[in-house]
Design a protein around this ligand. Structure first.
Ligand SMILES: [Zn+2]
Length: 294
């Protein structure tokens, strides 16, 4: 029988992944189901792409489920920058990986897909809560559903969802982006999504008050109003001068010889105080107090 040969890159992804042991049985099963040679090759290359992503995400075999497949299709695929040659056709990827999950289920490497769908059912109920109780728009609901689905898949894998087992530290790490240098906006979106899910579970009767309190809040500070320049009274204030009334020589890229600067500061944005060639203090008019003294 003609062997299925992948290109070296995808074959290397597959061979070095947690799926390598299942490659031959995957091909054998598709042959058994009478798929054409070319279709099997396309599906295997699609699985190789999935294998590469699993490896990158450090997802173990026992965590594989339809929610992980959804993450791959919804989160990774739109921004995929995996090296060519790579299969990126959504419907092919979905079908190919569903075949894989069925195989893994038969081999008892993962839990039956019918049981995995508990996560999908919970997410569907959460979506109904967001629509009917919280009155959220479809775009917001989709975004929150994806974030919460990712969090639950990551937290519970193929295990049952039990919110009382959610670790507050792990939850905080997820909201903060797990070292991905998320901005305040991303943290706020992740936090509000997880908070929304917890309020839904609270409505279902789960005890989640501590988790709700532990959600990190993104800082939303406004810069305090600061004076643009030092006022004349502030400049004349004795506290700016050392006890002997003289200023030490300070390094400044735009140091002005104060002897050549009149009261109005003819050097444009600079004025000075003090006296003598050795002693100078430059203050940029546009700078905030204390910002450009030096
Ligand atoms: Zn990719």
């Amino acid at each position: 029988m003609k062997p299925i040969i992948l290109q070296p890159g995808p074959q290397a992804w597959l061979s070095s992944s947690i799926l390598s042991a299942y490659q031959d049985r995957y091909v054998a099963r598709l042959r058994q189901d009478r798929y054409a040679h070319n279709v099997i090759r396309v599906y295997l290359a699609s699985v190789a792409h999935f294998a590469r992503w699993l490896d990158e995400q450090h997802i173990g075999l026992s965590s594989l489920c339809t929610a992980v497949l959804d993450r791959f299709l919804n989160d990774h695929l739109p921004i995929c920058s995996c090296r060519q040659p790579v299969r990126r056709t959504r419907h092919e990827l979905r079908t190919a990986i569903r075949h894989l999950l069925r195989l893994l289920e038969t081999e008892r490497a993962i839990r039956p897909i019918d049981e995995q769908d508990a996560l999908s059912r919970d997410l569907a109920r959460f979506d109904a809560y967001m629509r009917d109780v919280a009155g959220l728009a479809e775009t917001t609901r989709r975004q929150r559903g994806l974030i919460v689905g990712r969090f639950l898949a990551q937290t519970f894998g193929s295990d049952d969802i039990d919110v009382t087992k959610i670790d507050t530290v792990a939850m905080r790490r997820f909201v903060l982006g797990e070292g991905r240098d998320w901005g305040a906006g991303a943290v706020r979106v992740a936090g509000s999504s997880i908070g929304c899910y917890l309020r839904y579970r609270q409505m279902c009767g789960d005890e989640v008050a501590k988790l709700l309190q532990a959600i990190p809040r993104a800082a939303n500070w406004r810069l305090a109003s600061l004076p643009d320049t030092l006022s004349p009274a502030r400049i004349a204030s004795p506290e700016l001068l050392p006890e002997n009334g003289l200023l030490p020589h300070l390094n400044c890229s735009r140091r002005i010889n104060l002897g050549s600067c009149d009261e109005e500061g003819k050097h444009g944005d600079t004025c000075g105080i003090g006296g003598g060639d050795q002693l100078s203090l430059c203050i940029r008019r546009a700078g905030r107090e204390g910002e450009d003294v030096g």
